[in-house]
Design a protein around this ligand. Structure first.
Ligand SMILES: *Cc1c(COP(=O)(O)O)cnc(C)c1O
Length: 422
């Protein structure tokens, strides 16, 4: 059930017409449905519970780290998966319980590790031996002991876009699964370190579930080996990666996913941690934009909108497909026309969709780019000196700006001339 539906030819988010948000905040703007976020969370945890799994969700904040979005999921009971000191600060500011924070990432700096040790977070996911040594030093010096998972690289091809595949041997992530027993032995001997978990995350936007089965089967074998070696493995962190339907109807079934987890890892007596990002946030958000001009060429009609690749980079970066819908759909029986929906930036990659059917549109008309709640606002830049755009959260018939639009004066104020310039 989507929270973005037409009523009387007008596109609504929950009970609010998107045109009203555009009027109030201007465009372009990201709009998130709180109900869509909480529904996705309930569906995800519900499917795991139905499969009989003892599970905890640590929301992968990198998908959408707006404080209001994190707060929404934390209120549902989610912890957080963070990948930087900045994200850790956001999780704490949003009220996430530190014990339910997992710190992932291949390049945690000493400062970031110290920050997380001080915050007393629940788990560190270790991706290399030097990182393990660094964490041991910091934890020991702080007089504390921290829980770690060793993130393994199971050498499984996730069969997704190559830029978001993370579980192949040539990828920079994790520790070769064949070396895990050595790393565990070393971890058990280090001061300040309590190795109790294994983590795995093989990529993002997986639409085929078989790579999950392959990876989880390898993890199950590893658990048996580590237990033989005398380690107590109590927690398995299975990462995120579940794909969503961007309009091609290829999204995997959540129940099948839960079933695969239950079959491969359900009998091991471990607590399971899941780190969904895209699944929770992606379908809950749209990018609302306004058409500036329609330009007809010999072969194409271009709808030039006020959003651009700096606001939503997924099409330019991953050749990603997003559905595009008109905010006002006259539904008058007239055949749709085909438009290339493009932004104002001078790069041909600044294209949100080609030959997309839309009703006849003109300057001033609003469109939405769907499923933009994950890896949208968080990946935005101010390329072309375009200030970061606003974000709005909707609940029922209410909406609230949860990030204000950056202004150019703020951007300029952060810069200065060199000492020798006048
Ligand atoms: C990116 C990432 C996730 C979230 O991935 P999604 O595809 O958004 O679910 C989870 N865990 C780790 C370690 C990640 O890097």
């Amino acid at each position: 059930m989507t929270q973005f539906e037409y009523k009387d030819n007008e596109l609504y988010v929950e009970k609010v017409p998107l045109s009203r948000i555009a009027e109030s905040t201007g465009t372009p703007v990201y709009v998130y449905s709180e109900t869509a976020l909480t529904d996705a969370y309930q569906r995800f945890t519900g499917a795991l519970a139905d499969a009989g799994l003892d599970a905890r969700v640590c929301y992968a904040m990198k998908a959408n780290s707006n404080l209001a979005v994190i707060r929404t999921l934390a209120v549902c009971g989610a912890g957080a998966d963070v990948v930087s000191g900045g994200e850790l600060a956001r999780a704490l500011a949003a009220g996430v319980n530190p014990a339910e924070i997992v710190f992932s990432g291949v390049g945690k700096t000493e400062d970031e590790i110290r920050q997380a040790v001080t915050a007393n977070i629940g788990q560190f996911n270790i991706e290399s031996l030097p990182e393990l040594d660094m964490l041991s030093q910091v934890a020991h010096a702080a007089g504390t002991t921290v829980n770690i998972a060793v993130r393994v690289n199971p050498d499984v091809d996730a069969d997704t876009h190559h830029k978001i595949s993370t579980g192949r041997q040539q990828d920079k992530f994790g520790i070769d699964i064949g070396h895990t027993r050595d790393v565990y032995r070393r971890a058990a001997a280090l001061p300040g370190i309590l190795p109790t978990a294994i983590a795995v995350h093989i990529g993002s936007q997986l639409t085929d579930l078989s790579p999950f089965r392959e990876a989880f089967t390898r993890v199950a074998e590893l658990v048996a080996e580590l237990r033989t070696d005398g380690h107590s493995i109590t927690t398995l962190d299975l990462g995120g990666g579940l794909g969503i339907d961007y309009g091609h109807h290829t999204a995997p079934d959540l129940r099948d996913y839960a079933e695969i987890v239950a079959e491969t890892l359900g009998g091991l007596g471990c607590m399971l941690v899941f780190e969904p990002g895209r699944y929770l946030a992606g379908p809950a958000g749209v990018l609302l934009a306004k058409i500036i001009y329609v330009k007809d060429s010999e072969t194409r009609s271009f709808a030039i909108v006020d959003a651009a690749m700096n606001d939503l980079v997924r099409p330019a970066m991953y050749e990603a497909h997003h559905e595009i819908m008109p905010v006002r759909d006259p539904d008058d029986g007239a055949p749709p026309r085909k438009y290339d929906i493009v932004g104002p930036i001078c790069e041909t990659g600044d294209t949100f969709g080609t030959e997309r059917p839309l009703p006849e549109v003109g300057a001033g008309d609003l469109i939405v780019i769907r499923d933009a709640g994950a890896y949208g606002a968080v990946m935005a830049s101010s390329y072309n000196s375009r200030p970061l755009i606003a974000e709005v959260l909707v609940r029922g018939d209410k909406f609230s700006m949860v990030r204000s639009r950056q202004d150019i004066a703020t951007i300029l104020a952060q810069e200065s001339f060199a000492d020798w310039q006048t």
